[in-house]
Design a protein around this ligand. Structure first.
Ligand code: ADP
Ligand code: MG
Length: 253
C-alpha cells in the first residue's frame, strides 16, 4: 500500500479544451494538514471536484490510499473515506444541532427516525464528544437555523467528522466569518488534524498563517510551488501571480 494517503499523477481536466487542471502532480502523507492556496481560477475547486469524483480526469489519475479512483462514483468515494465540506453549510435548519449530529453518526437512519426513535447510549457519547470538539455543547438543543454562519460551519464539520473520514477536504471554511469565528475555526481544524488527514483550500492569508504547516500553491491548473508559509510567501513566482508584477523588497502575499 502507498505510504501517501493521496497521490495525484499528471492530472489534466479539460472543459471544452480549456485545461482547468494541467498535468498536476501532488501527494500528501497520511496525517498531514495541507493548505492549498492560489489566485481565482487557479483550479482549486476543480482539484477537489476530481478527488471526490464529481469531475472525471481527462488524463492522469488520483490515488487514495493506493487505490485508483477512476470510474468510482462520488457516493462510493465518500464511503471509501473522503469527506468534503462545501463552502455553503449543508445542515438541516429545522433540526437541532444534536439531531443533525445524530443523523450523521448513523447513516442508515433517516430524518424521521432521528426524531422519534431513542438514541442508543453508545451513539449519544459520540454526539457529546462531537459537540465538545466543535464547541457547540451549549447550543446542542438549538435548531440549526438559529446558529450564526460560523456555528453552522462548525456543525457541518462535526457532521463530516461523525462519518469518520480518513481524508477531510475543506473548501474556504472562513469565507464570511468574523475574526473571532475564523480563529476558532483554525483551532478546530488544528485539533481535527491530530487524528485526520486534511486538505484546506483558503484565500484568507491570516488564517493560512494560523493553521499552515505545508502549503501548496496552485496556478493555472498546476502546482507552482510548495513549502512552509514563509517559503511560499517569499517565493518571487508566488508574489508575481498574486500581485501581477515582479517582487520588490519587503513585499509579501
Ligand atoms: P478556483 O477554485 O481556484 O477559483 P476553479 O477550479 O473553480 O478555480 O476553476 C478553474 C478554471 O476552470 C476557471 O477558469 C473556471 O472558469 C474553469 N471551470 C471550472 N469549472 C468549469 C466548468 N464546469 N466548465 C467550464 N469551465 C470551468
Ligand atoms: Mg474555488
Amino acid at each position: 500500500m502507498s505510504p501517501n494517503i493521496l497521490t495525484i499523477e499528471n492530472l489534466t481536466v479539460s472543459f471544452d479544451g480549456f485545461k482547468a487542471l494541467n498535468q498536476l502532480n501532488f501527494s500528501m502523507d497520511a496525517g498531514e494538514l495541507r493548505v492549498i492556496i492560489g489566485p481565482n481560477g487557479a483550479g482549486k475547486t476543480t482539484f477537489l471536484d476530481v478527488i471526490t469524483g464529481k469531475v472525471q480526469p481527462t488524463a492522469g489519475r488520483v490515488m487514495f490510499k493506493g487505490r485508483n479512483l477512476r470510474s468510482i462514483s462520488e457516493h462510493q468515494i465518500a464511503r471509501l473515506g473522503i469527506g468534503r465540506k462545501f463552502q455553503t453549510p449543508r445542515v438541516y435548519l429545522n433540526l437541532t444541532v444534536r439531531e443533525n449530529l445524530e443523523l450523521s453518526c448513523n447513516r442508515n437512519k433517516n430524518v424521521l427516525s432521528t426524531l422519534w426513535v431513542s438514541t442508543p447510549a453508545s451513539e449519544r457519547k459520540t454526539v457529546v464528544q462531537l459537540l465538545e470538539t466543535i464547541g457547540l455543547v451549549t447550543k446542542a438543543d438549538v435548531k440549526a437555523g438559529f446558529l450564526s454562519h460560523g456555528e453552522k460551519q462548525w456543525l457541518e464539520i462535526g457532521m463530516l467528522v461523525a462519518q469518520s473520514p480518513d481524508l477531510l477536504l475543506v473548501d474556504e471554511p472562513v469565507a464570511g466569518l468574523t475574526d473571532e469565528e475564523t480563529a476558532l475555526t483554525g483551532n478546530l481544524l488544528l485539533s481535527l488534524a491530530e487524528s485526520h488527514s486534511i486538505v484546506v483550500i483558503e484565500h484568507d492569508m491570516e488564517f493560512v498563517r494560523q493553521i499552515a504547516r505545508k502549503v501548496t500553491v496552485l496556478h493555472e491548473g498546476s502546482v507552482l510551488c510548495e513549502g512552509s508559509i514563509e517559503e511560499v510567501q517569499n517565493d518571487p513566482r508566488v508574489i508575481e501571480v498574486y500581485l501581477g508584477k515582479p517582487a520588490t523588497e519587503g513585499e509579501a502575499v
